[in-house]
Design a protein around this ligand. Structure first.
Ligand code: FE2
Ligand code: FE2
Length: 212
């Protein structure tokens, strides 16, 4: 397991490799995931912080560069991916961590990075927290992000018991997937099947609970 010192070194390295805007976003995602981690998974804070710091390490690469990395690492590229190159970076970042930042190449870190853009069915709690932190971090000013941040915090999850808090996380995630799907459809862009699966699974879970 990596240490706080490793995380500090990572922050310094990343500052030299990203634009100031991306770096600020990265640190804000780390802050947000630490806040969420305190509420949901305090034992996973180092994993969550590392994943947040590493989640966008390839985001500023061109589509061609992303494709090159996919080819280099033997990553499959679907037709949907080609139309939505924004989702590439989650895959290329996860693939490059073992090579570039070996100390952090733990399975849980890699999966949080891998699924932070689209989500997927059966997301782990850590994956959910990193996904949400990336959506609502304080550097985000886009209307949907502000709305989701308010939706999450205004209900005071810190005052809920564990069960209510987990249901609130699920409802927040469903809302985020719905907003993502609607926004992509409105812009005439393809939607990842993983996002549909993530959304449907949580919706079915909620319906099953309401019936019980
Ligand atoms: Fe990202
Ligand atoms: Fe991000």
């Amino acid at each position: 397991m990596f240490t706080e010192e490793n995380l500090n070194e990572l922050r310094i390295t990343l500052e030299g490799k990203m634009s100031p805007k991306r770096y600020r976003h990265t640190l804000e995602v780390e802050n947000m995931v630490a806040r969420l981690g305190e509420l949901y998974a305090p034992d996973k804070l180092p994993i969550l912080r590392a994943a947040a710091l590493l989640h966008d390490i390839t985001k500023e690469y061109s589509a061609d560069h992303q494709l090159m990395l996919c080819a280099e690492k033997g990553l499959e590229v679907s037709r949907g991916d080609l139309y939505a190159p924004k989702t590439f970076h989650a895959r290329t970042a996860a693939a490059m961590i073992p090579e570039w930042y070996e100390a952090f190449a733990e399975e849980e870190v890699l999966s949080c990075v891998r699924w932070h853009t689209t989500g997927r069915a059966d997301m782990t709690l850590c994956e959910q927290l990193v996904y949400l932190a990336d959506y609502i971090d304080l550097s985000r000013t886009f209307e949907d992000c502000v709305m989701l941040r308010e939706f999450f915090f205004e209900k005071k999850p810190e005052e809920m018991d564990r069960q209510e808090r987990l249901a609130h996380l699920r409802d927040t995630l469903i809302l985020s997937f719905d907003m993502t799907i609607l926004a992509l459809a409105e812009d005439g862009l393809p939607i990842s099947p993983d996002t549909f699966e993530a959304r449907n699974q949580l919706v079915c879970q909620r319906l099953a609970e309401q019936k019980a």
